[in-house]
Structure formats: C-alpha cells, structure tokens
Design a protein around this ligand. Sequence first.
Ligand code: GLN
Length: 196
Amino acid sequence: MIGILGLQGDVKSHCNILQKMGVESSVVRYPSQLDRVEGLIIPGGESSTMTNLMERMGFYKPLTEFAKSFPVLGTCAGLILMAKQVKDSRVKPLGFLNVSVDRNGFGRQIHSFSETINVIADKREQKIIATFIRAPKISDIADSVEKLAEYNGEPIAVREGKHIGLTFHPELNGESIFHELMIGKNISRETIPNHQ
Ligand code: GLN
C-alpha cells in the first residue's frame, strides 16, 4: 500500500494514477498512518503551508524515520519538502534528498506550462508530458543524486537511492513512469487501462 500525504495539495490525481496501476493507496493525514504504507507520495501544493501543517501534526520525526526504509516520491512542493536546502525561511525541508531548491524558480503562476520531456531511468528511455506549475528549480545537486530528466540543461527529475523528486507534475497528464520507478514494479504502459 502506498500513502499520499494528504495535508494540503493535489492528492486526487496521484490517487488516480495509483488506481490505474492497480496499486492500493491510502491518504496519510496523521503520522501514525505512516505505519501502514510502504511508500509515500508528497504531492504538489504550497510548501510553506505544508511546512506549517507538518509541524503542527508532528510529521517531521516520523517522516524522516520512514524515509530511511521506504521510498518517497515528491512532486513540486513535495520535492521542495524533501530537499536538503531551500532558499526560503518559511519552508523547513525534511532533508533526505541531497539537492538545493529554489522555490518558484521557473516563475509564478503565469509561467505555468507543459512540455514533452525525455526521461532516462534504468536504461529505459521514455517521452512524457510534464506540467510545470510555479515550479521550483534544482540549483545544486550532490554526486549521489542521479538526474532522470533535464529541461534546458537543468535537472528537473532526480533520484537518490529510493527517493525521487520532480520539479513538475507528471500525474496531471496521467504519466505513471515515476510512480512505477518508485514502487519498483515494471508495469508497462499497455497494462495501464485508460492511459492517455
Ligand atoms: N510554488 C509552490 C511552492 O513553493 C509549489 C507549486 C506546486 O507544487 N505546484 O510550494
């Protein structure tokens, strides 16, 4: 069972992707609910709001512990929260993904856009549509972090060990490659019903 952090943000589209993949999901609203999931998705939203809610609900310690054993996939605000460093004091990152992130590095709402990008992971190459919404930029990356996709020569999808961080939203276009990579199942696109 895969959990989706449900404090704020776009929980539903991740839920839909997992459903299409035939993977059971559960919304995680309380730290104790981490005990019943084997992976966690931190969705997009507003990382400063999520910081406040995570602090209020006491998520920092249990989530940091969880990430030592289980994979975490973060999209946009989710990536910001996973990062080692964020150039904004309103955000307190969890710090288990060795990257520095610039909030809204691609500009604000007006600069939201979709692009076809090339993803290369585990010797498999795939073109997908990525939607960027007030997207962060990855400004620094440790040697231990692998780049899975780039845009204009900058990393936009990264993996460190079992964790994956994305500056964009694949789930808004029904793209499941990163969910597959995170879960470690080799589900081919053909086996996913209603895949766009
Ligand atoms: N700009 C938002 C933030 O800083 C992230 C936007 C998103 O998740 N789509 O938290």
